[in-house]
Design a protein around this ligand. Structure first.
Ligand SMILES: *[C@@H]1O[C@H](CO)[C@@H](O)[C@H](O)[C@H]1NC(C)=O
Ligand SMILES: *[C@@H]1O[C@H](CO)[C@@H](O)[C@H](O)[C@H]1NC(C)=O
Ligand SMILES: *[C@@H]1O[C@H](CO)[C@@H](O)[C@H](O)[C@H]1NC(C)=O
Length: 410
């Protein structure tokens, strides 16, 4: 809440920092609030308790600049166990029947909308297969106060929490395919009550394992009483040959939703769209041009999967990110940087940092090495209570999700 202390602090910050940061921390919890700049010069900010407040831009408090500096990646590796550490803290748990029956699966992403944490997962079923508690190609649940526990109380069939589903008009699978697949992104907030998520629809379930790409879907996300609700806003946004929009991750930052997709010469293509109803229109997205750190295309179409024209920059060797398919992008207040977490070759979980949501990104920092197979590494920054000095990520696949805690002491 805004108090007189914060107001006077804000005057101090505004006079002591020549160019105030665009991020604001009105509730003083060390985590930037989500703000939209209004045309009249005010900012509407979503606080961590889910309430929305409108303030004059001049009365908001810039997030204090981070004072820590990450060493280079080679030194960082040597500093493992001293300046930073990583530890396995257990497996992600569910509650009630689905926990008793051993619910598991591919990947579970966390997001925040209003004051709720939403967990949206990949293919999920219980031990013993689909006869035990059903099967969902992407259920979503609410969180609890613990990063280690997802609230599945009262749910007996996992598909009762299906999240993104085919649109009524989407053509049905044709033999040999028998089923849909609906690979889904995390959720990004548009305002206190509505979020957005993306999915890539496929046909699958053929006896020979073949599948057919169908295209990108977008949904409006709202907070139902019992579960998060995804509403398809229309038919597919694209045909089958485009990038998988936002399937690496999505991020709300300032007035934009950023979409991160595998593709382009560097391995990651970033797009952006106004955080409004514009998200539902394929022609409203622009993309960062390869080799540039500030040139965005005029909003038009979503790039082809084969396009070489778009992509973010990394200082990594060969100019390529080592990200397999999925990951997370978030702002870490302790580092004062945007962070990408992803997995390469299912064996190495890496981190990249940048001063902006769209790069240029650092070379890769190794976080976890030699743990065995790790797939779909997903960060859970919603649960950091110490301004990001500590954060968690989980990774699968095909069963339990191992949870790791990363702590910095730079
Ligand atoms: C919140 O965003 C949704 C989706 O863009 C929009 O339809 C709705 O009107 C917005 N609500 C408010 C209060 O602005
Ligand atoms: C850092 O050390 C931990 C053990 O404390 C280990 O599990 C992890 O893989 C190490 N990270 C890297 C990148 O070597
Ligand atoms: C990845 O981990 C698996 C399981 O521990 C191992 O068999 C494989 O050789 C590793 N691959 C690489 C590239 O290190």
């Amino acid at each position: 809440m805004l108090s007189s202390t914060f107001l006077s602090l804000s005057l101090f910050f505004l006079t002591s920092i020549a160019t105030p940061a665009k991020r604001y921390d009105l509730d003083g919890n060390g985590i930037p609030d989500l703000c939209t700049t209004n045309s009249d010069g005010t900012a509407s900010c979503l606080l961590s308790d889910g309430s929305l407040t409108t303030v004059k831009a001049s009365t908001t408090i810039p997030v204090p600049r981070a004072t820590v500096t990450l060493p280079d990646p080679v030194t960082f590796k040597k500093d493992n166990g001293t300046k930073w550490s990583i530890k396995y803290v257990g497996n992600l748990a569910f509650t009630d029947t689905l926990q008793a029956k051993g619910l598991g699966g591919d990947k579970c992403r966390s997001s925040k909308l209003g004051n709720k944490v939403i967990w949206s997962c990949g293919d999920m079923e219980c031990k013993g297969g689909f006869t035990t508690c059903g099967f969902s190609m992407g259920p979503a649940f609410y969180g609890t106060s613990s990063v280690l526990t997802v609230d599945t109380t009262g749910i007996s069939l996992v598909q009762s929490n299906d999240f993104v589903v085919p649109f009524s008009g989407d053509p049905k699978p044709v033999a040999p395919q028998t089923a849909f697949g609906m690979d889904t992104s995390n959720v990004a907030a548009i305002n206190a009550t509505h979020g957005v998520a993306y999915a890539f629809e496929i046909w699958r379930g053929a006896s020979d394992g073949s599948f057919v790409n169908r295209g990108n879907a977008v949904v409006s996300v709202t907070l139902g009483n019992e579960k998060p609700i995804a509403t398809r806003v229309g038919p597919l946004l694209t045909g089958p040959d485009t990038i998988q929009l936002g399937l690496l991750a999505i991020l709300r930052d300032g007035d934009f939703i950023y979409t991160y997709s595998i593709g382009g010469p560097s391995g990651i293509i970033v797009g952006r769209v106004a955080a409004s109803d514009k998200v539902f229109s394929a022609s409203a997205y622009s993309f960062l041009v390869t080799g540039s750190t500030s040139t965005w295309t005029t909003p038009g179409s979503i790039p082809a999967a084969s396009s070489k024209t778009f992509g973010m920059t990394t200082a990594n060797s060969g100019g390529k990110f080592s990200c397999g398919a999925y990951g997370s992008v978030f702002f870490n207040t302790y580092l004062g940087k945007y962070v990408i977490i992803c997995t390469a070759f299912e064996n190495f979980t890496n981190m990249y940092v940048s001063a902006t949501p769209f790069g240029p990104w650092s070379a890769e920092y190794g976080l976890l090495d030699g743990w065995g197979i790790g797939y779909g590494s997903m960060a859970h920054p919603e649960f950091s209570t110490d301004g990001g000095k500590t954060f968690h990520f989980s990774q699968g696949p095909d069963g339990p999700f191992n949870m790791f805690e990363v702590s910095f002491n730079l």
